[in-house]
Design a protein around this ligand. Structure first.
Ligand code: GAL
Length: 332
């Protein structure tokens, strides 16, 4: 009798497993491919970790997400191969943080041809007139989730504009600045560079650019550029604008090493609102930053990816707002 019961149980278990595997009343597992431009990036690290944990938080007893996340290592050839692998593996949806926006079309075409929904994030491919991208508006299953980089630049400039001396900390009548840029191929870098200064000139403030160099979003490069600018221009520099907080952390170290004091004889701005930088604004060693909402953006990207893999219609663009982070904001 015991043997019979054991046999019956075994049969039930086997059927149970088969049923699950078939997704028939059992568990349905969706395959999600996530391609990140480079793991070695402060902001994108927070972003990608949140993509993973948010997907996990949405799992149920019957719906699971199998995430394959890959590091493009800032190499377009590598990323193209990764997307081709995702297509061969028949992903149910792909989330893509491009290495090069200029290669957007090639990758979009490949994914669309395989009929896989595609959610582009963080690096916005721009159309000819800097507006909507044809590969996004012309394909029902392709969209972009991001933040409008113009807004982040404007916010940076406005923080300086709203200081009591409007950024002219040495009082020579002109706001002389150093601009440390991210990857110039990235619209975030282009727009932040342009719109931060535009917010000043729009307010009638006289400006002069002393240095404008590419630091590729990298802390060490930010430090090197700031250090040599400080050596070359010394007290002439009123403001150091960095396209992101990673580079601002480097610049903060260079400012300290040069014996300068933020808020007393120089200003320092970043973008992203990394925890370390919010701390610095609190203790006065940074003037301001702009919150690049990785939680809002990653959750939106995942929600839209799930909509798409369920066959629901998606929009072309989804925007998440930036938030101005200055001393007043952090002390609230
Ligand atoms: C920006 C962010 C940078 C960097 C870049 C990567 O939005 O501010 O810190 O992560 O994305 O594309």
């Amino acid at each position: 009798m015991k043997k019979l019961i054991a046999l019956a149980l075994a049969i039930v278990m086997v059927f149970g497993l088969v049923a699950c595997g078939a997704g028939d009343g059992g568990v349905k597992t969706y395959k999600v491919g996530v391609a990140i431009y480079q793991y070695n990036d402060n902001f994108m690290t927070l972003y990608r970790q949140e993509i993973e944990s948010y997907f996990k938080s949405l799992e149920t007893d019957t719906v699971k997400y199998e995430i394959s996340m890959v590091d493009g290592k800032n190499d377009m050839g590598e990323q193209t191969a990764q997307i081709e692998t995702f297509i061969t593996q028949q992903m149910d949806v792909i989330i893509l943080n491009l290495v090069q926006t200029s290669s957007a079309e090639v990758l979009i075409d490949k994914v669309v041809a395989a009929d896989i929904p595609l959610v582009l994030i963080n690096r916005e491919p721009l159309g000819e007139t800097d507006e909507s991208y044809p590969g996004i508006v012309n394909n029902d299953k392709v969209c972009y989730v991001g933040a409008d980089a113009r807004q982040s630049g404007t916010f940076q400039g406005e923080i300086v504009r709203d200081l009591p001396d409007q950024g002219d900390i040495n009082g020579d009548g002109v706001v002389k600045y150093v601009m440390i840029q991210g990857d110039p191929e990235n619209p975030d870098a282009q727009y932040r560079t342009e719109y931060s200064i535009k917010a000043l000139t729009d307010a009638g403030i006289a400006v002069e650019e002393l240095v404008n160099q590419v630091g590729n979003w990298d802390q060490t490069k930010g430090q090197e550029i700031a250090a040599s600018a400080l050596t070359q221009y010394g007290e002439e520099i009123d403001v150091i604008f960095c396209n992101n907080d990673g580079m601002a952390l480097g610049a903060a170290a260079a400012i300290e090493a040069a014996g300068r004091k933020v808020g007393e004889d120089i200003y320092l701005l970043g973008v992203d609102a990394l925890d370390e930088c919010v701390e610095k604004i609190k203790n006065g060693t940074m003037t301001g930053t702009v919150l690049n909402d990785h939680i809002g953006q990653s959750h939106k990207a995942v929600d839209v990816a799930i909509q798409a893999l369920n066959g629901e219609a998606i929009e072309d663009y989804y925007w998440v707002d930036y938030v101005k982070v200055d001393a007043e904001y952090v002390n609230q």
